[in-house]
Design a protein around this ligand. Structure first.
Ligand SMILES: NC(=O)c1ccc[n+]([C@@H]2O[C@H](COP(=O)([O-])OP(=O)(O)OC[C@H]3O[C@@H](n4cnc5c(N)ncnc54)[C@H](OP(=O)(O)O)[C@@H]3O)[C@@H](O)[C@H]2O)c1
Length: 300
């Protein structure tokens, strides 16, 4: 079982399965339970959600599947997020998308997630996005209540800059165990904005969302995507690897920050490719070939 420690006494699987697109997979409860069991057999035991996924439906879809075999709960780790308020038929009073990190909203969002998953604890709660209207004191108060009540075991953030991370960390007693950010050979932003250095400095293990750039890397349409695709194809041939998604996961996994890919595929063979990537070794030069294929220029 390949796991990674987020704190000295808390670990998750090295590969996380993401459920953002779950409502589009059209799986019945039994099929979703089967997919989940297959993930667990592969060692993928951590599942990433957010309250808003699938127009606020994905958490419940997963909870309904888990209800068929409640004993699974102890074998998995549930990540969910809060803080984004979307306009939705579920909330007809809302007039625009916005963020809400008030004490009351954080607590009610978690209560709702617990109800959806039919569980009494969330393993990791992430603040989904930084907000221009952010009150870290309120957040700290909510974290403290959720921790004391046992409803949330660990806390983290998503899409935060180092500065935003530090600001929250200065207010809360809870360790922020991760920052889930977009990273793929098409999205190098966090190598440039100080986040990767910050993760190393603080020994924070980041999670990478959209590791295949939402599938774009496999179906290139722009010049940049084609350039990266060609480079990945060449390296895959050199290493005798039969699918380039494995190479992309390997490119993330080998980074010194120990990036944790959040795999978004609905297909167990493709999830297995991410697990197989744990055994791929590419050279540093091959890593940089992929990096520079994306930037379009060699390093200075
Ligand atoms: N924190 C945040 O702000 C944030 C934002 C976005 C996402 N996330 C998290 O990250 C997870 C992953 O994001 P993502 O779904 O965009 O990840 P992704 O793995 O980059 O993309 C998944 C998509 O790529 C397709 N795909 C996979 N392999 C393929 C192949 N060989 N050929 C063609 N298409 C292929 C999948 O289709 P199939 O299902 O057919 O394989 C799926 O539609 C989400 O589920 C969510 O948990 C977080």
């Amino acid at each position: 079982m390949n796991t990674i420690k987020l704190t000295s006494d808390f670990e998750i699987s090295r590969i996380v399965h993401g459920h953002w697109r779950l409502a589009d997979w059209n799986l019945n409860n039994q099929e979703l339970l089967r997919l989940t069991q297959q993930c667990i057999e592969l060692g993928v035991t951590t599942f990433d959600h957010a309250d808003i996924y699938g127009n606020y439906n994905c958490e419940k879809l997963f909870g309904d599947a888990l209800e068929l075999k409640p004993s699974i709960r102890k074998d998995i780790q549930l990540i969910t997020k809060c803080g984004i308020k979307l306009t939705s038929d579920k909330f007809p009073e809302r007039t625009l998308n916005h963020y809400d990190y008030s004490y009351n909203h954080i607590i009610s969002s978690v209560e709702n997630s617990l109800k959806n998953f039919k569980t009494d604890y969330i393993d990791v709660l992430l603040l989904h996005r930084p907000s221009p209207f952010f009150n870290p004191e309120e957040v700290a108060k909510a974290f403290s209540f959720l921790k004391k009540s046992g409803k949330v075991l660990h806390f983290g953030v998503s899409n935060f800059t180092p500065q935003q991370f530090e600001t929250l960390a200065a207010y809360t007693d809870e360790k922020l165990v991760t920052n889930q950010v977009e990273v793929s050979p098409l999205c190098l932003e966090h190598f440039d904005n100080g986040n990767m250095d910050y993760f190393l400095q603080k020994n924070i293990k980041p999670m990478a969302w959209s590791p295949l750039a939402g599938g774009q890397l496999l179906n290139p349409s722009t010049e940049k995507e084609q350039r990266v695709f060609n480079t990945l194809t060449n390296i895959a041939n050199e290493l005798h690897i039969n699918s380039i998604d494995k190479l992309i996961y390997s490119w993330l996994l080998m980074h010194p920050t120990a990036i944790i890919p959040v795999v978004g595929s609905s297909k167990i063979e493709r999830i297995k490719n991410a697990v197989d990537a744990l055994n791929i070794e590419m050279s540093l030069e091959q890593w940089f070939q992929i990096y520079t294929a994306s930037t379009g220029v060699g390093v200075p």
